[in-house]
Design a protein around this ligand. Structure first.
Ligand code: SF4
Ligand code: SF4
Length: 376
């Protein structure tokens, strides 16, 4: 296993991180065996949150009595609900108790998804002030943040230089946060990649994506691509079973080499997507925005890219159900809200038929609404 600096914190983490969001509901003994096996295989970054059901308690039970030297624990305080210093203290103290550890190595401000939320976090007496007091008392080591914000907003939060790490979604078919990775290197911050397997669909790819990958193992390809990108401290893989751990460990447990091969492979997969979409390929440049009714055109056309090129029907339908129901975690509204005002199309450098594409996408993906937050 490769170990890396967690930015400028002085902590060292394994490139394979354990994501605790998928263990809630699993039997305690299975989780204990899973986390024990992860630690035995050298995993040294465990990420959880009070909002992940009983994840913290399960992890606490699993690590009780173990030698935790060098294990870095990351948990979170919810920006949307823990709005002041006192709330952060209550939340952090609860996490310490559930995890059964004396100190939270990294306390994440969970979900700084807008600049307004950042201002709330940074305000006097606000969540960051609360976290700083916990640091002074030795209960928290470092403060980071997680985000689903627009890239420009996330960069602005990073540039406050108040945070030791930034955690954001990142994989070979979603490089929207690549500027965050680069900026983190410049600032000496840690960049932590979440959803490195695209919430599972990169691990069990469609036949079309499978064909594009050729002989590559999909999990190994996805994780090694991330691990080979400069500046990535760790990739948090949400695991709920030993076979999932074994697959991730097989990918990242050894020496990492041949980064350029992964770059070329990922580019090949993207090139196939561009080729398949032809004149309908959206580059995600965002120049079509703003939309007066708040349609998130780049995100919807990203789904369109993946749907048309790689038949990711189930995953795209899942995301589309969320659209309009997940607040700042997945901003925008469904495509049927388009008034066909025509504002966007002249701004698109690719001259995409946005109105037609959105209409066809809605017809294909709409199956009703579902209200749940995006998983980390
Ligand atoms: S045409 Fe539709 S998507 Fe484009 S700006 Fe108008 S409402 Fe928004
Ligand atoms: S301007 Fe065109 S290419 Fe750019 S994000 Fe919007 S639709 Fe996509």
């Amino acid at each position: 296993m490769e170990y890396r600096s967690l930015g400028s914190t002085g902590l060292t983490v394994s490139v394979l991180g354990f994501g605790g969001m998928r263990i809630p509901g699993r039997p305690e003994d299975e989780v204990a065996a899973l986390i024990g096996a992860a630690l035995d295989r050298g995993v040294r970054y465990i990420d959880t949150a009070p909002g992940y059901g009983n994840s913290e308690a399960l992890i606490g039970q699993a690590v009780a009595g173990r030698d935790l030297t060098g294990v870095v624990f990351s948990t979170k305080t919810h920006v949307g609900s823990d709005k002041d210093a006192d709330a952060v203290r209550r939340q952090a103290e609860g996490s310490l108790e559930r995890l059964g550890i004396p100190r939270l190595d990294v306390l994440q401000m969970w979900g700084i998804n807008t600049w307004e939320m950042a201002q709330q976090v940074l305000a006097p007496g606000g969540p960051l002030a609360g976290a700083r007091r916990l640091q002074e008392e030795g209960l928290v080591g470092h403060v980071g943040f997680t985000t689903h914000a627009l890239t420009a907003v996330a960069l602005r939060v990073m540039d406050t230089r108040e945070f030791a790490s930034v955690t954001g979604r990142y994989h070979y078919l979603d490089g929207v946060y690549d500027p965050l990775r680069r900026r983190a290197m410049e600032l000496g911050m840690a960049f932590v990649a979440m959803t490195p397997l695209g919430q599972g669909w990169l691990a069990q790819p469609s036949a079309a994506l499978r064909a594009a990958l050729g002989p590559e193992d999909p999990v190994a390809f996805a994780l090694r691509w991330i691990a080979n990108r400069p500046g990535v401290a760790t990739a948090i893989v949400g695991m709920s079973s030993l076979p999932e751990l074994e697959a991730a460990h097989a990918a990242l447990g050894g020496e990492l080499t041949a980064g350029e091969d992964y770059e070329a492979g990922a580019q090949w997969v993207i090139d196939r997507m561009v080729e398949t979409l032809g004149a309908d390929y959206c580059t995600g440049c965002r120049q079509c925005l703003p939309c007066p009714v708040d349609i998130n055109i780049p995100e919807l056309l990203r789904l369109n890219n993946l749907l048309r090129a790689y038949d990711l029907v189930g995953w795209c339908k899942d995301r589309y159900k969320l659209m309009g129901n997940a607040d700042t975690w997945y901003p925008g509204v469904k495509a049927d809200r388009c008034t066909e005002c025509g504002d966007c199309e002249p701004r698109c450098p690719e001259a995409l038929p946005i109105i037609r594409l959105l209409s066809a996408l809605h017809a294909e993906l709409f199956e009703g609404d579902r209200g749940r937050l995006a998983k980390n």
